[in-house]
Design a binder for this molecule. Structure first.
Ligand code: AMP
Ligand code: ZN
Length: 467
């Protein structure tokens, strides 16, 4: 039996899907105004672990992740650069896909974009107006929280403190500002807008997830995830919009991962402790080790990222890699040890048992390291044979369907800005500007990217960053 901690009930609950044939999963995706930072990566990796585990248990999973390509932050970013919203967000949509590929995150079935679902949002907002849950004011449309008695059920807000009738414009706000929130924002100078039946303007942030989740997964679905920062106001507002509109329960299991912090502090650019995935790849961090680190803390615990923690993760990761290398490459005698299938069975049971229990990753990983310890003893005693080694390797590969860290290194994609620099160098070489080409080569070397000019073109590999 699987159990998960449901933020809605505040309890561990047995997991009962609506239909065991296919689980419907919605995860809040990136707001594409910047590169993914390692906090975002934590959320995506936790969601990937959850999804992979459900697949491992034999379920089919239909997964939808939205892309927020219009909201306060994206508009601000585009205006600051003086470019069109779409041009601005495209860069971060592309880099988001590069990032999840590097982190070996399984692709969702759909990545709906807010700007491609404006008409669907208008339809839901019209419905909310008709049902009396929403009202118009100065060309904008607001959700009236006083009309929805269950408001606050997810974030456990004290309803007494609500200020019904007062309105909040911005997409993000604190609990102290719990107010009627914007479903649709009136056209404003310097903001993109759509001409629609409810007026000219653009959607608020929250409505997109209500609309796109129900469009692809139905009005009631199994699991909705995100980081804890999404609980209020985003997910609270999603519930209000969706349940007011459909009259049905929106989501059965709300599963949230806790925050990632760096060296004990909240990440912030001014403190210089803000890392994007790209920053770490440029420092030559192996993405599989980063993935291993980010998934090895239980998702409901705060994750404190530090380079020391990364080193420790690297050592544990290497232990598994070395073990597998040994099993694959050492020459073992023909034969088999009867104890091995029993040990594999025990490892599988402990691994699955751990994850069944609200994704208890510590228990699952312990099962793996315990196995390594026992088998290493057997190897030293000469009690492991060729067939045992093969069985062990395949048992680890099967568990890696869930962890996603041990796969043979697939060809890694470089961040697009580095690819651009390599292209510039190619251009310089073609134009016989060898001085510039050498300068660029040195610049890349400082980032730990080693270039080799071959007769088939330029090749790159990761090396030690040279100062
Ligand atoms: P955003 O791009 O800000 O909309 O966030 C995308 C996902 O990352 C959401 O699920 C957020 O809850 C999650 N997230 C943002 N910051 C952090 C953090 N520091 N730690 C963990 N998850 C985060
Ligand atoms: Zn969302």
């Amino acid at each position: 039996m699987i159990q998960f901690y449901n933020t809605l009930s505040g309890k561990l609950e047995p997991f009962n899907p609506i239909t065991p044939v296919e689980i419907k999963l919605y995860t809040c995706g990136p707001t594409v105004y910047d590169y993914s930072h390692i906090g975002n990566c934590r959320a995506y990796i936790f969601e990937d672990l959850l999804k992979r585990f459900l697949i491992f248990k034999g379920y089919k999973v239909k997964h939808v992740m939205n892309i927020t390509d219009v909201d306060d932050k994206t508009i601000k970013g585009a205006n600051a650069e003086g470019i069109k919203l779409q041009e601005y967000t495209k860069k971060y949509i592309d880099t988001f896909f590069e990032d999840i590929n590097v982190l070996n995150i399984l692709k969702a079935d759909f990545y709906p974009r807010a700007t491609e679902h404006i008409q669907d949002m208008v339809k839901m907002i019209k419905g909310l107006l008709q049902k009396g849950y929403a009202y118009k004011k100065d060309g904008s449309v607001y959700f009236s929280i006083a009309k929805f008695p269950n408001y606050g059920q997810l974030s456990k807000i004290n309803l007494e403190e609500l200020k019904p009738g007062e309105r909040i414009e911005s997409d993000e706000y604190e609990k102290e500002n719990v107010n009627d929130f914007a479903l649709w924002k009136n056209k404003k100078e310097g903001e993109p807008f759509w001409e629609t039946e409810i007026g000219a303007g653009r959607p608020g942030w929250h409505i997109e997830c209500s609309v796109m989740s129900s469009k692809y997964l139905g009005q009631t679905f199994d699991i909705h995830c995100g980081g804890t920062d999404n609980i209020f106001p985003h997910h609270e507002n999603e519930i209000a919009q969706s349940e007011a509109y459909s009259g049905k329960k929106f989501v059965n299991y709300w599963i949230h991962c806790h925050h990632l912090i760096v060296d004990g502090e909240k990440m912030s650019k001014s403190k210089g402790n803000f890392f994007t995935l790209r920053d770490l790849l440029n420092k030559n961090v192996n993405p599989s080790i980063l993935r291993f680190l980010l998934l090895s803390t239980h998702y409901r615990k705060m994750l404190n990222f530090s380079f020391k923690a990364l080193e420790q993760a690297s050592a544990s990761f290497q232990r598994i890699k070395d073990f597998l290398y040994e099993l694959k490459n050492r020459s073992f005698e023909e034969g088999e040890n009867e104890e091995i299938p029993l040990l594999i069975e025990e490892m599988n049971q402990n691994f699955t048992g751990g994850l069944n229990d609200d994704l208890n990753i510590a228990v699952a990983l312990r099962a793996i390291f315990e196995m390594i310890r026992k088998v290493n003893i057997l190897i030293s005693q000469g009690k492991i044979y060729r067939e045992d080694a093969d069985k062990l390797v395949s048992s680890f590969n099967s568990l890696d369907e869930v962890l996603g860290v041990l796969h043979e290194e697939k060809e890694e994609m470089l961040p697009s800005e580095i690819l651009k620099i390599i292209e510039e160098r190619e251009k310089a070489r073609k134009e016989k500007n060898y001085k510039l080409a050498d300068q660029i080569r040195d610049e890349l070397l400082r980032k730990g990217i080693v270039l080799e000019d071959t007769k088939d073109g330029v090749r790159w590999k990761r090396g030690k960053a040279k100062s």
